[in-house]
Design a protein around this ligand. Structure first.
Ligand code: F0G
Length: 459
């Protein structure tokens, strides 16, 4: 099958040089970094697919907006411009800017989570998971079973399992569940979208139980684009109309604006409940800043106000989703398994299938990530046992995630077809020696979010 790389709906005005350091140096850099790709220096990386978070290229309009930033401490014009964009797109009654997504998660958790309470979602992202745990809460993942089968072509593999959600609420009750979430798209499960039908069902189940419903909206625009493309009844609706319909189902949202608002820093927390909003504002003032800037500079708010609309632009979204599909198709054509169907922001290589000789406790996806840097100076990110394995709070037994993935995350408006051809060619080379590759042993790991700072030793 041939997939065509879409022509970019932009041209390049400012360039940033990148350099491939020689192979021997790459080997030394890996050793120095304790084989943790987060510890490498950006200058030593040729193509950086670590994340799509804050790594996008801002547009000329965003850079122009930065110059209009109003740095007044309170009531800045920048805040008013962001407020009008947030109200127009999301439609919640109240909002605060935050410095990024996890700050919104922290504030929400501080206001609502008590020890031993449960927060269900399709799949929590790692920072959401950790912010809930940090307050003594218990994040619960209730995604449909299809999500754990990488080959299953279900068009909305981010969907929540409604039967499981109902059973969970029946078992624990409203008192033990201060709010419920859903992540769009489901980053931890392959960047997979959630259908509007599923969102409606989730909203109804939470609503009937009196549980507030909060959307993790980091990649809501990509999710809405998939709804437009894949879900019956949506092909004639604009992505923005679909977004309005989605957020009307919820009581609040957290958002890392570093994704679909195409800014380098920023986040949002929106709610409809006035009393909760008062508490949120107090928490924000304590930890982040005054409610009209929320830990950001005025210019950041302006870049976000413009970026929110650019993230909804349909010519951009169709290019972006096709670019991701192009990379996946090139890998699949060479027999390299990736999560099907291809998600929005990243290609997820199924590392345990590519490296079947490495057991999950020896971190196959970590091993593949290290090899990709060694071979081509490319940085991906492990989304597997380094990130998600944890001791069960009841039994203390280690529990391992169903999928061992290397995520090749695509920054917005940054790389071109030749970069992706190089990435694909490099992985094809690695595949030819997959059988000889070995795993890793942890030599240091903190308790929470260990993937950021862990150190390893090759086996
Ligand atoms: N929710 C989702 C679904 C995310 O993917 C992220 C971040 C966050 C929340 C937290 O937002 O980074 O602004 O504090 N994901 C990045 C990633 C880090 O690489 O996937 P943040």
């Amino acid at each position: 099958m041939t997939t065509i790389h879409p022509p970019e709906p932009f041209r390049i005005k400012v360039m940033e040089p990148i350099r491939l350091v020689p192979r021997e140096e790459r080997e030394a850099k890996l050793k120095e970094a304790g084989y943790n790709l987060f510890s490498l220096k950006a200058e030593d990386i040729f193509i950086d697919l670590l994340t799509d978070s804050g790594t996008g290229a801002m547009s000329q309009e965003q850079w122009a907006a930065i110059m209009r930033g109003d740095e007044s401490y309170a009531g800045a014009r920048s805040y008013s411009r962001l407020k009008s964009a947030v109200e127009d797109i999301f439609g919640f009654k109240y909002f605060i800017p935050t410095h990024q997504g996890r700050a919104a998660e922290n504030i929400l958790s501080a206001c609502l989570v008590k020890p031993e309470q449960y927060i269900p979602s399709n799949m929590h992202f790692d920072t959401t998971d950790a912010n809930i745990r940090a307050r003594g809460g218990r994040p619960v993942n209730l995604v449909i079973d299809e999500a754990s089968d990488p080959a299953n072509p279900h068009p909305f593999k981010g969907n929540m399992d409604i039967a499981k959600l109902k059973a969970f609420i029946a078992e624990y009750g409203r008192e033990q569940i201060p709010f419920g979430m859903i992540t769009v798209t489901n980053n931890a499960g392959g960047g997979q979208p959630v259908s509007m039908e599923n969102l409606k069902a989730v909203s109804a189940v939470y609503g009937e139980a009196g549980i507030p419903f909060v959307i993790d909206a980091a990649r809501y625009a990509e999710n809405c684009y998939f709804i437009q493309q894949r879900e019956p009844g949506y092909k004639n609706k604009s992505v923005k109309e679909i977004a309005r319909e989605m957020f009307a189902l919820a009581d609040g949202m957290t958002m890392s604006a570093k994704k679909d608002a195409i800014v380098n820093i920023g986040g949002l927390l929106c709610v409809n409940d006035e009393k909760l909003f008062q508490n949120i504002k107090n928490e924000l003032i304590l930890r982040e800043g005054f409610p009209t800037y929320g830990g950001l500079a005025g210019r950041d708010l302006d870049a976000m106000a413009v970026g929110l609309y650019e993230g909804l632009d349909e010519s951009y979204l169709s290019y972006r989703i096709a670019q991701t599909a192009y990379l996946a198709q090139r890998l699949n054509d060479a027999g390299i398994p990736t999560i099907q169907p291809t998600g929005g922001h990243a290609v997820y290589v199924v590392a345990n299938q590519l490296l079947p000789n490495i057991p999950n406790y020896e971190f196959p996806a970590q091993s593949l990530g290290v090899e990709l840097y060694r071979e081509g100076g490319i940085r991906g990110v492990e989304i597997g046992s380094v990130m998600f394995a944890h001791p069960d709070p009841e039994t203390n037994q280690w529990s391992y995630p169903a999928l061992e993935l290397l995520r090749l995350t695509i920054p917005r408006r940054v790389y071109t077809q030749s970069h992706f051809d190089y990435v694909a060619d490099t992985l094809v080379k690695i595949k030819s020696r997959a059988k000889e590759m070995k795993g890793f042993r942890l030599t240091y790991a903190p308790e929470l979010l260990r993937h950021f700072t862990a150190r390893f030793e090759p086996l």
